[in-house]
Write a protein that binds this ligand. Structure first.
Ligand code: GUN
Length: 297
């Protein structure tokens, strides 16, 4: 049976290191602040944002939250971003995605001050990441790098398959895995909805990052024995539970854990790491702003 990669435990260690960074900043008279902005009525997005705010509180980061009516014009969101960009007490600005259809997502991401772009989605920060000079690594792929390192899963020379080509996970994950740097140096294949023979790609994969957004898309029969399987999916599927749904990943956990060498559960795998790395980028931003060396975890 596969070793279970405990994202909650690794994230707790990261948060503890972040709390030390917050203390260092406090000694220099600075308090990091993270602003979250929600322009959506989607209950999953509301949950994610409130978890991010709760994490801030735990580590001593000042959490600021702004709701923008989902039916408001795009200018309402742009004005909110401009205000947060200008605030000295705000070091990170995160607009929870997706935004409503009438709002141009790319224009939103361009509007955020790149120095406060703790998601790492502004084109300037994407460019820096691709160039091997990242300012803020996007939180989910960065968290996955940390998880792999915590479990001594070597990316160097490994064959990695990333399933999904989103701007949030797939593309930055592939970019990190191919960097000539620790946590990189993997031979990386990006698969997506038009990939002709996914099974053939997966059969050789030492590391699989499943970020397709399709419930239980990957099963054990598709995996190379001993592979490390990182499940980014958080899919709500109808179930006879109190909430009326249950969370499942992009990987069929039961069959995959019989074949894989290591696997992340859903929930409790990648999700907590994504949130921890948001705190990481926020204290990094505050350190940069105030000229304080925060010794990141
Ligand atoms: N929606 C889903 N994942 C993310 C994320 O990492 N950042 C933002 N801003 N929105 C998201």
């Amino acid at each position: 049976m596969a070793e279970v990669i405990d994202g909650e435990a690794v994230a707790a260690e990261v948060r503890s290191g972040i709390a030390d960074c917050v203390d260092t900043l406090a000694s220099a008279g600075a308090r990091p602040g993270l602003a979250t902005v929600l322009m959506s009525d989607d209950s999953a997005s509301e949950t994610y944002v409130s978890m991010k705010q709760r994490d801030c509180e735990e580590v001593g980061i000042e959490g600021i939250h702004v709701d923008v009516d989902a039916d408001a014009p795009a200018t309402a969101l742009f004005d909110t971003i401009d205000d947060l960009n200008a605030r000295a007490d705000v070091h990170g600005v995160l607009v929870q995605l997706p935004v409503p259809e009438h709002v141009d997502r790319r224009a939103v991401l361009r509007r955020i001050d790149p120095e406060k772009d703790v998601d790492g989605f502004h084109p300037e920060n994407v460019g820096r990441l691709v160039a091997g000079d990242a300012r803020y690594k996007p939180c989910t792929p960065h968290g996955i790098q940390k998880l792999l390192a915590a479990y001594d899963i070597d990316t160097e020379g490994a064959d990695a398959v990333v399933i999904g080509r989103s701007d949030i996970v797939g593309k930055p994950m592939a970019n990190l895995l191919i960097q000539k740097a620790p946590g990189g140096n993997a031979t990386t294949t990006v698969c997506h909805s038009r990939t002709a023979d996914l099974e053939a790609k997966l059969a050789d994969a030492d590391i699989v990052v499943a970020a397709a957004g399709v419930p239980e898309f990957v099963d054990g029969s598709m995996l190379k024995p001993g592979a490390a399987v990182i499940d980014v999916g958080i899919n709500r599927v109808d179930a006879d539970t109190e909430k009326g749904y249950e969370l499942v990943g992009d990987v069929d956990y039961d069959s995959a854990s019989e074949v894989a060498g290591a696997i992340t559960p859903v929930p409790g795998g990648v999700g907590p790491m994504t949130r921890a790395m948001l705190l990481y980028n926020t204290v990094k931003s505050a350190g940069r702003r105030h000229g304080v060396d925060v010794t990141l975890p």
